[in-house]
Ligand binder design. Structure first.
Ligand SMILES: Cc1cc2nc3c(=O)[nH]c(=O)nc-3n(C[C@H](O)[C@H](O)[C@H](O)COP(=O)(O)OP(=O)(O)OC[C@H]3O[C@@H](n4cnc5c(N)ncnc54)[C@H](O)[C@@H]3O)c2cc1C
Length: 376
């Protein structure tokens, strides 16, 4: 059995994007940090996701953090000294029906009121911008912030940077108990025990389960998102594509593969850890994708998979201190949390280091649930 340090300033439960993006700024500020993961680091949602960094699909409440996150994604290559596959080709959010056109106009107006300008494209302007779109697409909004990165490269780069900064990232270290000390916590894992002054729960879909070890109820459930990847193909689409109906995300990576997702649901449960693709939903996913970009019909699918995305009951992130548990924090359950991860990690670390955050994250305070739910 491997062993972990017996003490650290901060222990983070979960080595996904939320955990690692919290660990890095803490380590940079001189804190000793241990990140614990039940399985392999980066082995759950963060390693299984589509890599879409779309600003215009985000709910109004998280636009500001996503915008900051895209700035951080853009700076990540220089910051980490490694390629994370970041590109910012901009994105089109398409509408294919009268109802979606209305929703798209409404969303555009809300975004403009929050300082995000997008451009309405239809007719020849739309066809000139994206000749590869199918005739079912009636209009789109163009957002030059929309971007993508490679989860594979980003995971490697973040893990390497964390280790270089002295962070201990421990695989196969499921947290099974957390006990309060006079000041801080004793965290028991499958790989040993570590005491810390500050504790962050960044356990994705299992955040509720880990919070329960501290006697705190958080209403966390999980979606079972599916994703598919095609064989490499010549250049087909040069922008990130999302759908107003919320059922498609598409992008082509430099190696030619096209990633097809959008939130169609697979089967399974994060409690049982079982997940599998749902073939009927995959068919719907492919039908929508091929209607929007007809050239996809000629490509072979190489692989489809499903992964768990943790979601709080109001679908907003959980970010902040756990009420009644001094020194304990949570950073989890941002929907589309890969995009937002760098900014939410930054804010989490600021809160732990200074008691304040530079962005307004008050709406994400776990106290909105945990105040009523704390039972220990
Ligand atoms: C198929 C799919 C596609 C997606 N596509 C996108 C996308 O294109 N863009 C986007 O922005 N978002 C996307 N998402 C969502 C995004 O992946 C997640 O929101 C984000 O990765 C969550 O990161 P996390 O660090 O909170 O959770 P995770 O990456 O799940 O990390 C949590 C970690 O906690 C560990 N853990 C749990 N319990 C314990 C315990 N008791 N002890 C120790 N460790 C524990 C787990 O092993 C896990 O590694 C997608 C998700 C899926 C599943």
């Amino acid at each position: 059995m491997t062993s972990i340090p017996s003490r650290a300033d901060a222990v983070i439960v979960g080595a996904g994007i939320a955990g690692l993006c919290t660990a890095l700024p803490l380590a940079k500020a001189g804190r000793t940090v241990v990140v614990l993961d039940r399985g392999a680091a980066w082995g759950d949602a963060s390693g299984a996701n589509a890599g879409t960094l779309s600003l215009q699909v985000k709910r109004p409440e998280v636009l500001h953090v996503t915008r900051r996150a895209i700035e951080l994604w853009q700076a990540m290559r220089a910051e980490l000294g490694a390629d994370v596959g970041f590109a910012k080709p901009g994105g089109l959010r398409v509408a294919t029906s009268e109802k979606e056109l209305g929703m798209l106009r409404g969303s555009m107006a809300v975004q403009a009121s929050l300082g995000l300008e997008t451009e309405w494209l239809e007719g020849n302007r739309l066809r000139d911008a994206a000749p590869w779109l199918g005739p079912s697409v009636r209009a789109a909004t163009w957002c030059d912030w929309d971007a993508l990165s490679s989860p594979l490269l980003a995971g490697r780069a973040l893990l390497a940077a964390a280790r270089r900064r002295g962070v201990t990232v421990q695989d196969q270290a499921e947290v099974t108990a957390i006990a309060a000390l006079d000041r801080g916590y004793r965290v028991t894992t499958a790989a040993g025990t570590v005491d810390c002054a500050q504790l962050v729960i960044a356990a994705g879909a299992w955040t509720g389960k880990v919070a329960a070890l501290l006697g705190v109820d958080l209403p966390v459930d999980a979606d079972v998102n599916m994703l598919s990847v095609t064989e490499p193909a010549p250049p087909l689409l040069d922008k990130v594509v999302t759908h107003m109906g919320g059922v498609l995300s598409l992008k082509q990576y430099p190696n030619g593969t096209v990633m097809i997702g959008g939130g169609w649901q697979g089967r399974g449960s994060h409690q049982s850890m079982r997940r599998e693709t749902d073939h009927l939903n995959l068919l719907h996913n492919m039908r929508v994708a091929c209607a929007i970009v007809p050239a996809l019909k000629d490509l072979r699918l190489v692989r489809s998979w499903a992964g768990f995305e943790g979601v709080a009951s109001d679908a907003l992130p959980l970010l902040g201190a756990l009420p009644g548990r001094p020194g304990a924090f949570v950073n989890a359950c941002a929907r589309g949390g890969y995009s937002q991860g760098p900014a939410l990690g930054e804010q989490m670390a600021e809160l732990m280091l200074t008691g304040r955050t530079s962005l307004d994250v008050a709406r994400f305070d776990p106290a909105r649930f945990a105040a009523a739910g704390a039972h220990a």
